[in-house]
Ligand binder design. Sequence first.
Ligand SMILES: *[C@@H]1O[C@H](CO)[C@@H](O)[C@H](O)[C@H]1NC(C)=O
Length: 221
Amino acid sequence: MPKGDRMGMERGSMGLLAAVLLAALLPGIAARGAQALWPDEPSHTCSFQSLSGKDSEFCRGNLEVIYPELGDVGCTYIPSCHQSRWRISREWGSPRVRYPRANKSKKYVLMLVDPDAPSRANPRSRFWRHWLLTDVPGAELRMGELRGRVLTEYARPTPPPRSGYHRYQLRLYEQPEGGRIRLGPEERISAGSWSLESFVERFQLGSPVASTQFLTKHHED
Ligand SMILES: *[C@@H]1O[C@H](CO)[C@@H](O)[C@H](O)[C@H]1NC(C)=O
């Protein structure tokens, strides 16, 4: 092979390498949870926006909330692309929740609540209880596969039309030993207007050991 051609080929493969690296890096920065693949859409059309200010301060203790097709959505806005907002409201089941620092010999209480029901501007039904698990072994949290005891079945986030962004907050508490945690009769009737504070106080859960949230709004807004 003439020398000139080989040089040309090397330059070509260097350029190719650079392009591959760039392609690998750019969506990696834009989209957390890059393991998700959408063969029908180029990945550069979908980018995650992180929460900021007060909304980001809620995220403490590296609690991960993982919808398999999106990755860890903790402390982000659910992106509007790939119909993610529609799918989180209509299609996807409960997320994996992972807390790598969980103590294997402890049990935990996990809740998912919407403090912005029916809207952040007028949250007269705060808190809306979307998921409530007790007796979650530390080992399950370390794996991100939660079973525990279900007090409230997972209900998908379904922010109403034109109600703006809702926060979906995950709060994880260490569960005190002994004493069964249960919802009262009135709490069982309605998921809305839940007095989270009195529940926490009644069972002496204290402060969350970790918390995170994601924001989303109605898929057509
Ligand atoms: C885990 O919990 C047990 C029982 O409460 C305690 O004795 C132990 O020190 C904890 N381990 C860590 C690493 O915190």
